[in-house]
Design a protein around this ligand. Structure first.
Ligand SMILES: Nc1ncnc2c1ncn2[C@@H]1O[C@H](COP(=O)(O)OP(=O)(O)O)[C@@H](O)[C@H]1O
Ligand SMILES: [Mg+2]
Length: 394
């Protein structure tokens, strides 16, 4: 199959599933929930499909078999969607036709139940098959991360390239960078991997010491001169293809950045520095390629995360459906920021519906007024937002 065909097919089906999940077809709730699960797993798989199709091109037999199973399943989903639209059409015609109205009333109960049951089993069976395919697929280490793809590419202009990951506090920059850092393919690609937490204090000597510690596994001796530290640093990284993550950089002074950068340029071709930052200016000063602007979670990812925090694992499915309408309003206000969703989700644990409404009406208060735990982080990012963006959370 030509490259991208499955990806496009999956995209089309995903649109169908998404609209189905929102339609009122008179389906019992359990089926709707199954369709939502199916859609979520589907969307994850679609995310890695391009990578999978690329690996298939390299004649990876196991991947070809896996894609074959997925293709069969996609056709079954296509059939399922066809059946749903036929059924919807049938019901519409029934409704519109006065002549059959009485007959319909008579038959509807006996008619609808077997249909719902049948379709319920069918959706569940497909969902279970897809779950298995998704689980099998994890062994291939496909990636849907554009950053991983960026780091692994071979067409590079400079020896050491720099990509900033930019987004407000709590959006998931560090989490994303960790995922990239721990990715199996990334691990095999680089000779040296270094993780350095920078935070607000951007002091050259301190950062150089931290990089040396990451490279050698031990802190350099105290009170070494800068020149000695520079030599140790160069001795450890020069000529090696390295990946350096500088997490949480705030420094907006170009001169200070250039001083650090100059010490890092001796890496072998293909070396990368990933910088996470909340500041657009930091990104502008440091980047050699287009900065990666991190997006928040989608509505359905947000709702999953909120549910996960607000309900006990096993029981959450049935409880959560009751709270879904108000939950989605809260999700809307959290703007896809995982830290906000986690914080609000834990506030909602074991709360009544009335309390959910109260939280919904006071999101900013709950985000900014609690002094302990993760709240200050959110407050900090909230305080750093320009006023027009603050309104997003109001
Ligand atoms: N994709 C995600 N799904 C669920 N939780 C996430 C996700 N990304 C981040 N988180 C959680 O959100 C919180 C903030 O993430 P973090 O990466 O520290 O944000 P940042 O570095 O942008 O400030 C952490 O508790 C993290 O576990
Ligand atoms: Mg961070």
């Amino acid at each position: 199959m030509a490259e991208g065909v499955l990806f496009n097919f999956a995209g089309k089906l995903l649109v169908g599933l998404a609209s189905l999940a929102h339609q009122e077809l008179g389906l019992p709730w359990g089926v709707k929930e199954e369709i939502t699960k199916l859609k979520d797993t589907f969307s994850l798989i679609k995310g890695v499909l391009r990578d999978a199709e690329e690996q298939q091109r390299n004649n990876n037999h196991e991947v070809t078999v896996w894609l074959g199973q997925l293709k069969d399943l996609l056709y079954d989903v296509d059939d399922l969607l066809d059946d749903f639209s036929t059924e919807a059409l049938r019901r519409k015609i029934m409704r519109g036709n006065e002549m059959v109205k009485k007959v319909r009333v008579f038959f509807s109960k006996s008619n609808q139940l077997p249909y719902s049951l049948k379709i319920g089993y069918r959706v569940k069976a497909i969902r279970e098959r897809l779950d298995k395919i998704a689980a099998d697929g994890t062994k291939f280490h496909f990636t849907d991360s554009p950053i991983v793809k960026l780091l692994l590419q071979s067409k590079l202009e400079e020896n050491v390239s720099i990509v900033p990951v930019i987004g407000i506090g709590g959006l998931g920059k560090t989490t994303l960078a960790k995922m990239v850092f721990n990715d199996k393919n990334v691990g095999e690609h680089f000779q040296l991997k270094l993780w350095v937490c920078v935070s607000e204090k951007f002091e050259l000597k301190l950062i150089v010491e931290k990089i040396i510690e990451a490279a050698t596994g031990s802190k350099p001796e105290r009170d070494l001169q800068m020149e000695t530290l520079q030599n140790i640093l160069r001795g450890n990284i020069n000529g090696k293809k390295y990946l350096l993550v500088l997490d949480d950089v705030w420094n907006e002074v170009r001169e200070k950045w250039l001083n650090l950068r100059n010490l890092l340029l001796g890496g072998a071709r293909g070396s990368w520095i990933v910088i996470t930052t909340r500041s657009g200016l930091v990104a502008e000063i440091t980047s050699t390629v287009l900065p990666h602007e991190l997006e928040g979670l989608s509505k359905s990812q947000s709702w999953s995360l909120l549910k996960q925090m607000a309900f006990k694992e096993q029981s959450h499915e049935s409880n959560a459906s009751h709270f879904e309408a108000i939950g989605m309003e809260i999700v809307e206000k959290c703007k896809g920021v995982p830290l906000a969703l986690r914080a609000i989700g834990s506030v909602l644990f074991k709360r009544t519906e009335a309390e959910w409404v109260k939280v919904k009406n006071n999101i900013v208060k709950y985000i900014t007024q609690q002094e302990s735990g993760i709240m200050p982080v959110l407050k900090l990012s909230y305080d750093h937002l320009p006023p027009h963006l603050r309104q997003c959370f109001a």
